[in-house]
Write a protein that binds this ligand. Structure first.
Ligand code: GLU
Length: 430
């Protein structure tokens, strides 16, 4: 049997979760399976060498029943409309689960940021945002950073939109901005911090290998981008030991714990983590199979699949990336008693603090980093508790059903229930 694409997998997971919602109106599935709106643009950009190149860009609004669309912009050479649509749906569930008043959206441009100058990236970003026109807005659809975009990209998004709409407060049109452009303290590290807070609560309530706290637990992180790096710091602050890290070129391992400052300095100097003194090099595949307490895939989609899931030796897997596990991997880990904290729960800290930024922008206020972090921690803990409660109910009602035993099913069921309940309360138009 061929493995379905990550997009089909997302849909199958939603279909699975709706089986545990007795009130679910079947006809809504076709509605939720498709985006409400999908925009493709193609625009020319003048390159540094004087040539002209065309770029494709997408923005998909999956659902806006709970509020304006919300979701990142990613710049990636392999981006497709299908992938953006599937990630937009994931944002719908993530926002509903973490209880921020947003719907789901996603977007991006097909480009390789590693091959582009700062000037070319600036022209691509500005032209893309101007092409989207009023399809984004502070109360319609609000972008944020994602893979290969950052606060600087968001400053350009804001500036472009602001130029097109002079004379009003446009700051809430985009989140993840630089602090002096209305960005929120704590937003940059929010996804990584949220990953650690969710894990902290899960371990406190469920226990892990006899532990009730993260203190002394060994954590392996795949990916050393913004999320992986911030998660590593947060786990370390909460007492855990980072025993392995990786980037796209390969990983490093040290049972005594990796010095994160040294790893960052080494990466900046050499462009990769491998070769950090005091650590052993290993491949990304071997890193996923390391003996550890917590494995955190924080890189890209479908990293843990049917072939390598049997090699995973962690006691808990926490999805910091979007879609890092295939559905087959979910079930294989489940069979072996390894729980998975799913992406829509574990990495929801980013959009949670994006919501805090949006609120601050609307009110023209700025909260302290401590306040943001406290609010984030509280929300992550609260959401883990809600998912565990639903999980217990599902396991009790369906004792021999492996799908009902997945934490992902519980999280998705809660999120889908909230979206469908709001859809029916608002009434199907007309
Ligand atoms: N790109 C992030 C995500 O996938 C954050 C989205 C946002 O803050 O709107 O969750």
């Amino acid at each position: 049997m061929t493995t379905p694409s990550p997009q089909k997998q997302g849909l199958l997971r939603v279909l699975d979760a709706t089986r545990y919602l007795p009130q679910f109106k079947k006809g809504l599935l076709a509605h939720l399976a498709n985006p409400r709106r999908a925009i493709t643009v193609c625009f020319p950009v003048e390159m540094d060498d004087g040539s002209v190149r065309s770029f494709f860009g997408y923005r998909v609004l999956h659902n806006n029943v709970l509020g304006p669309g919300k979701g990142g912009l990613r710049f990636h050479p392999d981006l497709s409309l299908e992938e953006v649509s599937s990630l937009a749906a994931l944002m719908t569930w993530k926002c509903a689960l973490i209880e921020v008043p947003f719907g789901g959206a996603k977007g991006g441009v097909v480009c390789d940021t590693k091959q582009l100058s700062a000037g070319e990236l600036r022209r691509i970003t500005r032209r893309f945002i101007s092409e989207l026109g009023d399809n984004i807005g502070p109360h319609t659809d609000i972008p944020a950073p994602d893979m290969y975009t950052n606060a600087q990209t968001m400053a350009l998004v804001y500036d472009t939109y602001d130029t097109m709409h002079p004379g009003r407060n446009n700051r809430p049109v985009v989140t993840g901005k630089p602090i002096d452009q209305g960005g929120s303290l704590g937003r940059r590290d929010a996804t990584g911090n949220g990953v650690a807070f969710a894990t902290e609560r899960f371990v406190r309530l469920q226990g892990l290998n006899g532990h009730k706290h993260l203190g002394g637990l060994r954590v392996v992180i795949q990916g050393f981008g913004n999320v992986g790096y911030a998660a590593a710091h947060a786990f370390q602050r909460l007492g855990a030991r980072i025993t392995a890290l990786s980037d796209s070129r390969g990983g490093i391992h040290c049972e005594e714990g990796i010095d994160l400052q040294a790893a960052l300095a080494h990466k900046r100097e050499n462009g990769h983590l491998s070769g950090l003194p005091g650590t052993t090099n290993l491949s990304n595949e071997d890193l996923l199979a390391l003996e550890c307490d917590i494995l955190v895939p924080a890189a890209s989609a479908s990293q843990v699949h049917a072939e390598n899931a049997p090699r995973v030796q962690a006691r808990l897997v926490v999805e910091a990336a979007n879609d890092p596990l295939t559905p087959q991997a979910d079930l294989l880990l489940q069979e072996r008693g390894i729980p998975v904290l799913p992406d829509i729960l574990a990495n929801a800290g980013g959009v949670c603090v994006s919501y805090f930024e949006w609120v601050q922008n609307i009110q023209n206020q700025s909260w302290s980093e401590q306040e943001v972090e406290q609010k984030l921690r509280h929300r992550m803990h609260h959401t883990v508790e809600a998912v565990l409660r639903r999980h217990q109910q599902l396991v009790k009602a369906h004792p021999d059903d492996p799908h009902a035993a997945l934490l992902r099913t519980a999280a998705l069921a809660l999120a889908i229930e909230r979206v469908t309940c709001a859809t029916l309360e608002r009434g199907i138009w007309p």
